[in-house]
Design a protein around this ligand. Structure first.
Ligand code: ADP
Ligand code: MG
Length: 752
């Protein structure tokens, strides 16, 4: 049995040493709980008030549950077909009923008596239309002889903890283990400094464990949760504050623009005035770049707010100072476009060494995976010699053979698709010292996410759009209204007739690689509507395996449109599986106004900038997330023409999918939409796999709900780390902080 004297039990004591081999191994094997600390941080999922029965109507088939209920009926009988005994017990919450079946346990009938109450645990399923718990586990409550003493003791208070249920370890078994562990627990080193705890009125670690597992009142539960929530936020923020201070300790080359250099020349030739926000961000970045430690800044902003100009001005600052800047883009299309638009914006300033080029100008190089070997070789030389001041590229920039003469700044644009290692690879290309880093997000991100997921970066935001932008109107178009859909294509024609251009976005390409063999039901009718009457293709209607109809295929739609509703217009396609030259050629022609309608996948989602495009039709809009729709829609209304965005969907009125689309249609405030997006995702999706598993450091804290807590913890953490960066005066804190270390950011962005 127990090999540790009670007063010696700490959070790192192995459970087998406190609980004995049998229970200890059960907890490791079934719940992955190895130490006392693991068990104590296996918090109850909820509590049941003594005497209060579980609402049986709320049980969901397939879930493991623990319910408190009263026995309403017991029938035992021999089975006719097979030999054996079956005992059916019906329990009730006073209204609903649930049936429990026991095989070959006739003796249970003696104490499973009508009127007794107990906890019953098992997996909910349905049998002949009735809900039941198969092979349930149970304990009876009450003070008489049949009740399990230890369980009664474990549930001594008014509130009983119900633990995350598993099929093999009942909640009362966990409660019993927790009680034993708590009884033997001495004072614990607390990661929260005492002074802070006092000031904020938070429970000590030991008191919080007792209060969360064996509460006497709801106030106990609240106080314990408050403490753990704060602790989780605080530990994470201390880690982030330490990363910030570690960056601050690194050396970097200060980069200051020459007074009459490239940046000044660029500003003079800008065709528009910078917004106040752009100006302010520019000053902040210039100050960062002038320091002798690397900038680590996040620039987020409303779609279309002009982040690219801010990044370009930062790059020109570095070039002015004799260094190079790299701009890393997530897709080939975007890299090409950046290269084109930066070259165009710079004009003669990008033509150094060429006839007519400005003498203090620079060169802008493009490096992507799809280039020819000869073009690559030339580019690599320009990068290595420093001839190219600005280098735009995709992942190809990260390869080992890419060396810079003097890399001073890395801009990571619309960085969704970059992981930590990739960022690190680029940063390692600084010759003498790490380069400055500017990260740009595609859409606004909620404050809580900025503070947690990007918490090691300083944050700048652009909230206003340049003056003179016409607003974007967004309308949901239900497929169930054929006349509306017809009107969609009329609107496209009208815009084109006025010299504008249009995007049509589809979630699926529809070539051999992703094409299902079935013609999905419902979807066939959409295509028929588009084709005009009558021309069904005779294939049987069916559904995609997911049970959801497959979305309209881009290739098929493009054909239908150019033969039908958009006949006579120049309609072309753009998608990720085209060769890079094709993509580039199509984008060039669209930008030049030679294509009227671009039927595309989300390759145009990030950053594509063609101000003359004024209308966007998004097919199967419910297939896209809220932020993604906002980002897509940001491709129009970038010039002086009012934008119109049409969200085509077959999502039923009143469905959650339809509600999301209505929300997108109701506002163009990206910050508000990003909050909405966040609310609709599960916590695990926000912080990614590393944080959502059993060993997550965030169990009580919600990035969605606990903004106040996170902000407070951040301020406290910053103050503490400023005083004691190595946490020498806080060893208990240091220990838990060191145990953190996962990169939630990459996970978050993956899922945006
Ligand atoms: P995003 O922030 O979405 O990346 P971009 O940087 O692509 O936005 O800018 C959107 C468009 O607005 C571009 O065509 C850009 O040239 C233009 N733009 C940027 N700043 C201004 C400004 N201050 N005034 C007018 N137009 C601007
Ligand atoms: Mg952009």
């Amino acid at each position: 049995m127990a090999q540790v004297r009670p007063q010696d039990v700490t959070v790192s004591t192995r459970l087998t040493d406190v609980l004995g081999r049998r229970l200890g191994s059960l907890l490791i094997e079934k719940l992955n709980l190895a130490t006392v600390g693991d068990l104590l941080r296996h918090y109850p999922r909820r509590y049941v008030q003594r005497g209060e029965l579980t609402n049986l109507d709320e049980l969901v088939p397939g879930e493991d549950v623990t319910v408190m209920a009263e026995i309403a009926g017991v029938t035992g009988r021999r089975m006719r077909r097979r030999s054996g005994h079956i005992l059916e017990v019906v329990v009730t919450d006073g209204r609903g009923r649930l049936s429990l079946t026991f095989f070959n346990q006739p003796w249970r009938e003696r104490y499973l008596q009508v009127g007794r109450r107990g906890l019953f645990a098992g997996r909910v399923d349905t049998y002949r239309g009735k809900r039941q718990l198969a092979h349930p586990d149970f304990v009876l409550l009450g003070d008489d002889a049949d009740a399990d003493d230890e369980v009664v003791e474990a549930f001594a208070g008014e509130l009983m903890a119900i633990y995350p249920a598993t099929a093999q370890v009942a909640t009362w078994t966990i409660a019993r283990c927790v009680r034993r562990v708590l009884d033997g627990l001495g004072e614990l080193p607390d990661p929260l400094p005492e002074e802070l705890r006092r000031r904020r009125g938070l429970l000590s670690l030991r008191d919080a464990f007792v209060a969360v597992h064996r509460p006497r009142t709801w106030d106990d539960v609240r106080a314990a949760r408050e403490r753990f929530r704060f602790e989780e936020a605080f530990v994470l923020q201390v880690e982030l504050a330490r990363r910030r201070s570690a960056t601050r300790a690194l050396p970097a080359k200060p980069r200051v623009a020459r007074p009459d250099g490239l940046l000044a020349a660029f500003d003079r030739q800008l065709p528009f005035e910078l917004t106040d926000g752009q100006r302010a961000v520019g000053e902040t970045i210039a100050a960062d770049l002038a320091r002798d430690h690397p900038m680590q800044r996040l620039l987020q902003g409303e779609v279309g707010s002009g982040k690219t100009i801010c990044a370009l001005r930062a790059m020109l600052t570095v070039v002015d100072a004799g260094g190079q800047a790299a701009l890393l883009a997530p897709t080939e299309v975007l890299a090409q476009q950046h290269h084109r638009s930066i070259t165009a914006l710079l004009g003669p300033l990008a033509e150094r060494g060429m006839l007519g080029g400005a003498e203090h100008g620079t060169r802008v190089a493009l490096l992507t995976g799809g280039q020819s070997t000869a073009a690559r070789r030339k580019t690599l030389l320009d990068i290595a010699s420093g001839e190219a001041g600005i280098v735009v590229g995709t992942h190809a920039l990260l390869e080992e053979k890419v060396t810079f003469a003097d890399l001073g700044l890395v801009v990571i644009d619309e960085q969704h698709r970059f992981g930590v290692e990739q960022r690190a690879a680029l940063v390692a290309k600084g010759r003498e010292a790490p380069p400055h880093v500017l990260v740009m997000t595609a859409t606004p991100i909620p404050r809580t996410v900025a503070m947690t997921v990007f918490g090691d970066l300083e944050v700048s935001s652009l909230t206003e759009l340049p003056k003179g932008r016409a607003p974007i109107r967004t309308v949901v178009v239900p497929v169930s209204k054929p006349a509306w859909l017809a009107r969609v294509w009329e609107r496209v024609r009208e815009e084109v007739a006025q010299g504008r251009q249009a995007y049509v976005v589809c979630p699926r390409i529809g070539d051999d690689e992703d094409d299902g063999t079935e013609q999905p039901q419902g979807r066939a009718s959409v295509l028929e509507l588009l084709r005009g009457a009558g021309s069904t293709n005779g294939q049987p209607a069916g559904r995609a395996s997911s049970g959801r109809p497959e979305p309209v295929s881009l290739l098929e739609l493009a054909t239908i449109l150019s033969e039908g509703p958009l006949a006579g217009l120049t309609v072309e396609v753009l998608h990720g599986r085209q060769p890079p030259e094709t993509k580039d050629a199509v984008m060039r022609r669209f930008a030049a106004g030679e294509i009227d309608v671009l039927v595309a996948t989300t390759v145009i989602e990030v950053g594509v900038d063609v101000p003359n495009a004024s209308v966007m039709v998004i097919m199967d809009a419910d297939w896209f997330g809220v932020s993604q729709l906002h980002q897509l829609r940001g491709r129009i209304g970038r010039g002086k023409h009012p934008g119109l965005c049409l969200l085509v969907t077959d999502a039923a009125d009143g469905s959650p999918a339809r509600a999301r689309l209505d929300a997108v249609a109701s506002t163009t405030d990206g910050f508000e939409l990003s909050r909405l997006d966040l609310e609709q995702r599960r916590e695990g999706d926000v912080l990614g796999a590393a944080q959502s598993g059993r060993r997550s450091s965030l169990r009580m804290l919600s990035v969605i709900r606990d903004e106040r807590v996170i902000a407070d913890a951040r301020a406290e953490a910053a103050a503490l780390v400023a005083e004691d960066p190595e946490l020498v005066r806080h060893p208990a804190l240091r220990q838990v902080v060191d145990a953190l270390g996962s990169d939630a950011r990459a996970d978050y962005l993956e899922k945006t």
